[in-house]
Design a protein. Structure first.
Length: 392
């Protein structure tokens, strides 16, 4: 039995303030195209069952365009593979703060999809000798009496769950989406399942002998550069989904074809360089982008740039690069100066995002606002504004 495991598509996300000729945010269109390509691939591979392990949408209230797009993709999936069950669980991005809000995911039940939006649900498919326990984000927020174990006579016992696995991911969680519920392998009975389809972590990652995160379909987290670094460090060539032979346990990654690259250029250390030398070094890095800078997503970090040098670099050329790329983040960082005397010594001056992070961490908030998400969003906005500026 072939199971297609997809997670974290984040349909409807908007980034970088660029639009397509039809007026759609360019990154929203990129993410939609990635999802469309995955549905094409799943149909071509003739999957026997399809699971969406959370965060189908980037927000609880996606745009009408994103909802219609998802509906049409699932509609053609159902038409092409009418006998293949499709199971969808809600992730933290899909889950409303209030139960009164309701979940848009229930709309897809009209197409015959099996949806777990707020409580855990077990779906039985006797024709496939398959039992699926679908555990959405909300079911883990208040997990009283929740039993996450196989049940029934079905030969194939599959768990679909949107959560963070405690102790198996990097300690600093650089590329993990905020807002997930932490669970332990013991809580989910990891050794008892035929397969566990995890969602939430945006980089492909194996969780025990029978469980995987497939990763997201595009670079949609609040730290895409950490995602790229982790993928490169682990030899993962990019984003995608997984085809799982549930009987044998064999897992085959399928890559997603993206419209553009996400490139984190090697950093520059500018200590001792004047403005003209730094201009030349930056130009060399930009020229090294495979296929050119145009319409790509690129970051270049430059360390140890004194304020006078940062003022004198060629900002007109930097603006031209930013106009050419979909997003070009030239991150010029001033030297870190340790104070040997005075208040707070030794230490370093906080960056603006760090100052904002600390302030938001201690701000009084209404009880219904998720502080972690609030802080992360505030820092993301400050970093975006900072990266759009041309000055030091």
């Amino acid at each position: 039995m072939k199971l297609a495991h997809i997670a974290d598509s984040h349909l409807g996300i908007r980034q970088y303030h660029r639009q397509t000729p039809t007026g759609i945010n360019q990154r929203e269109a990129d993410v939609a195209n990635a999802f469309r390509g995955v549905i094409d691939d799943v149909i071509a591979q003739r999957a026997d069952v399809v699971v969406i392990a959370g965060d189908l949408f980037h927000s609880v209230r996606p745009t009408n365009a994103a909802i219609v797009f998802a509906f049409r993709q699932f509609q053609r999936l159902r038409e092409a593979l009418p006998k293949a069950p499709v199971i969808v669980v809600a992730g933290n991005h899909d889950t409303p703060r209030s139960s009164e809000t309701g979940s848009i995911l229930k709309l897809f039940e009209e197409l015959g999809l099996s949806v777990a939006a707020d409580v855990a649900r077990r779906f039985e498919f006797p024709e496939l000798d398959l039992s699926v326990l679908a555990v959405p984000h909300q079911a883990l927020v208040d997990p009283e009496e929740l039993q996450i174990r196989p049940d029934g006579p079905a030969r194939h016992q599959v768990l679909v769950i949107h959560a963070e696995v405690q102790g198996l991911l990097p300690a600093d969680r650089p590329s993990l989406e905020y807002g997930g519920v932490v669970v332990t392998p013991d809580q989910v009975g990891s050794g008892a399942w035929s397969y566990i389809a995890w969602g939430h972590y945006h980089v492909r990652h194996q969780v025990g002998p029978k469980g995987w995160y497939p990763g997201s379909l595009e670079y949609t987290s609040n730290n895409i550069w950490a995602e790229r670094a982790e993928e490169e460090a682990n030899g993962i060539p990019g984003k995608g989904w997984l085809m799982v032979d549930v009987a044998s346990g064999m897992v085959t990654p399928h890559l997603v074809k993206h419209a553009r690259q996400v490139v984190d250029l090697p950093p520059i250390y500018a200590d001792g360089l004047d403005a003209s030398q730094l201009d030349a070094a930056i130009a060399d890095r930009v020229a090294s982008v495979p296929g050119g800078l145009a319409q790509q997503i690129v970051r270049l970090v430059v360390h140890d740039v004194p304020r006078p040098v940062a003022r004198e670099v060629d900002h007109a050329r930097i603006r031209a690069w930013k106009a050419s790329a979909l997003h070009f983040h030239l991150d010029m960082r001033r030297p870190v100066r340790l104070r040997l005397t005075g208040s707070g010594a030794p230490g370093r001056r906080q960056t603006l995002p760090e100052v904002v992070h600390d302030w938001l961490e201690h701000r009084v908030l209404p009880s219904e606002i998720d502080r972690e998400r609030f802080v992360a969003r505030g820092v993301e906005l400050i970093e975006q504004v900072d990266s759009d500026g041309d000055g030091p």
